[in-house]
Design a protein around this ligand. Structure first.
Ligand SMILES: [Zn+2]
Length: 133
């Protein structure tokens, strides 16, 4: 793990521990993500982060982008164009604003809408989001 990842992990642990984003953590995150932090926080504040899970612990996140489309966020990956281009292809970004929003929201009480669904509905929903008809 590089220094960047170590510092990021520490910031995430602080959010989990403090149940809040302190000024110190905010400063650290802003240094790590000068381009995307503000947008990620706006995504959280707008209530756009959802966690869809099953009773046995499978889960994925979505971030609503427009009225009828959502990005799907799985651990370390997002279905958006920025993730494919800047994170995977050119490696100019560590993660997209959606993934950052999910990493923060999942540690912040009340920051994500959580829905538990039956397993078959869960997998159908995920497939429909990843491969829209
Ligand atoms: Zn994304």
């Amino acid at each position: 793990m590089g220094m960047f990842e170590v510092i990021f992990e520490h910031a995430l642990q602080s959010i989990e521990l403090d149940k809040d984003i302190t000024i110190e953590t905010m400063t650290t995150l802003n240094l790590l993500f000068p381009q995307s932090l503000k947008e990620s926080l706006q995504i959280i504040e707008s209530g756009l982060v959802s966690r869809i899970s099953t009773a046995n612990g499978c889960y994925y996140h979505t971030v609503a982008s427009t009225a009828n489309s959502s990005h799907v966020i799985l651990p370390n990956s997002c279905s958006c164009r920025a993730h494919a281009q800047q994170v995977v292809e050119t490696k100019t970004e560590f993660m997209c604003k959606h993934l950052l929003a999910v990493e923060i929201a999942s540690r912040l009480p009340g920051a994500e809408q959580s829905t538990v669904v039956p397993t078959d509905q869960w997998s159908k929903g995920l497939l429909a989001l990843l491969w829209p008809q």
